[in-house]
Design a protein around this ligand. Sequence first.
Ligand SMILES: [Fe+2]
Length: 278
Amino acid sequence: MFYKRLINYFKLSFLRYVFGRFNLVRKIRRVINKNFFNSKIFYDLNDYVLSYIPQNEILKSLVTQGFSKEIHLKKEINDLILSNYKNSKFISYKIYNQERNEFKNFIDLKNSKIDIPFFELQNSNLIPLFDKISRSKLLMKIAKDYLGNVKKIDTKLTYSTVVNLEDSEREKYRQTVKWHYDVHDLNFLYIFFYISGADKYSGAHEIIKNSHNKKSFFKHLIGSAKKNDSDLRKFYNKENFFIIEGSPGDGFIEDTSCFHRALKPSLKPRLCLQFRYH
Ligand SMILES: [Fe+2]
């Protein structure tokens, strides 16, 4: 029974890994989601997330550019997270040997003086707030319109530090500093909030605009979803490479089937809240 389940899981995840990268498959998935599934996730009637432009313009930008940076958290909500995150557990995982490091709070991490680039934070006091933010009407409406439906939301609060490490070592700690597109489902949407703000010196996100609509079958869709910088710069116009910077509380919505990467924080760490809608 256990083995059967295990085999099915790998079959399903493998199918997602293969087919999730094709635009046409994602479009079909959207139609199926919209017409044959009912969402069991309900809006929360808070006003924690606001937008600078109308919702239909955000959607238009998602379709044409692959992202929109026109959302932000209400200041008091962002301040609440900023004043509480240091009480979280800071946890890091190393992918290949599954090494796990856990620090009981921010002071514990600072005292350790270990060079780890990327942490996931766990804080039970913040979970209800994150749940409300993720189900705020604005975000749910955008996610529903773009995906056809919302069946699941994953939440992460992450902390990227200023350390001197090679990219390959950072990737082992799940800090995605190499160009890639995401393939973990047939259709998905990410929403990020820069809780501490981010610019190119503090871990901002970089995207290749419109690359969710434009990939070469042989160069990009076959094989690894990770690609190197010089090959991508030969294929895409330089105006399409865009660093998404923001003040504390600013957010953005992204179809992460666009090529993207996290820049390495060189001057300041980055605290980021992220939601993944399926
Ligand atoms: Fe990614």
